[in-house]
Design a protein around this ligand. Structure first.
Ligand code: NAP
Length: 243
């Protein structure tokens, strides 16, 4: 029996991932804030796929109690997918410490804390997988979103180190780097069609990358090349660009 824990389960990407993994026979533990809002969704999954779906309260910013969150899980997960994230406002965060901390703590400290506890749990169990939804924004700091970008950069580096640590225990760590995805997070933005995808396309690619034991995956291939070019631009030119 395969049990998947999804953190930040109310996210549009998380829901698409839940549907994809349910379709492949995974039982689900959906964790998030105000998780009771997913009651109907959970019931639909149970009826359609004949799987068990548990709902658990989880707040990534409760750093200290995240250890007991793992210890108190009644159904033990075989893997976790972390979909927690907060785009926030770059402009606001430049003058507002609360917004700044929310962006950094949600995308970096919160995700790192809970996944560190789960890493220890999987290491002891000698099986498991960890999938983190990071972002192409973490590949280079841009003036338009360097708070979010730097937190995602930290998260990507954390997953890289964790992968190296857990490799010898046969625990697979996958870093997902989406570009633009049509979700609540981006609903206020005018996304370029050719660079954007829907959450269900992303979910299928995550499942495939997981099954193929990939280390890193860019969800739309074009982003791999875009980010390669962006990384190569010399700093003296990069700082003048309106990116
Ligand atoms: N959409 C994109 O273009 C895009 C691109 C690259 C990467 N990503 C990443 O993909 C992931 C999913 O994002 P999304 O696009 O599906 O956006 P979303 O629907 O806004 O999902 C973000 C999720 O994070 C949860 N969250 C925020 N703070 C939390 C906390 N303290 N504790 C627990 N959960 C918390 C939110 O919970 P609530 O529902 O309770 O608010 C929400 O469910 C994020 O990591 C995001 O950074 C998205």
């Amino acid at each position: 029996m395969k049990n998947l824990l999804i953190l930040g389960a109310k996210s549009d990407i998380a829901k698409a991932i839940a549907l994809e993994y349910a379709g492949h026979g995974y039982h689900l533990i959906l964790a998030g804030r105000e998780i009771e809002e997913l009651n109907t969704f959970a019931e639909e999954l149970r009826l359609k796929y004949l799987i068990s779906v548990e709902l658990k309260h989880f707040d990534a910013l409760d750093f200290i109690s995240n250890n007991s969150f793992v210890a108190n899980l009644t159904t033990k997960p075989n893997g976790v997918i972390c979909c927690v994230g907060y785009l926030g406002s770059q402009e606001l965060a430049e003058n507002n410490t609360e917004e700044l901390l929310n962006i950094l703590n949600t995308n970096f400290i919160g995700c790192v804390t809970i996944l560190s506890h789960l890493a220890n749990y999987f290491e002891e169990a000698k099986e498991g997988f960890i999938i983190g939804i990071s972002s192409v924004a973490g590949e280079r700091g841009r003036k338009s979103n360097y708070f979010y970008g730097s937190a995602k950069a930290g998260f990507t580096q954390f997953l890289s180190g964790l992968r190296a640590r857990l490799h010898s225990n046969n625990i697979h760590v996958l870093t997902v780097k989406p570009g633009f995805v049509y979700t609540k997070m981006t609903s206020h933005l005018d996304l370029p069609k050719s660079l954007s995808i829907s959450p269900d396309v992303l979910a299928k690619k995550v499942f495939k990358a997981h099954k193929n034991k990939k280390n890193n995956v860019y969800i739309k291939w074009v982003w791999k090349y875009i980010m390669c070019i962006i990384r190569l631009i010399p700093e003296f030119i990069f700082k003048k660009l309106n990116l």
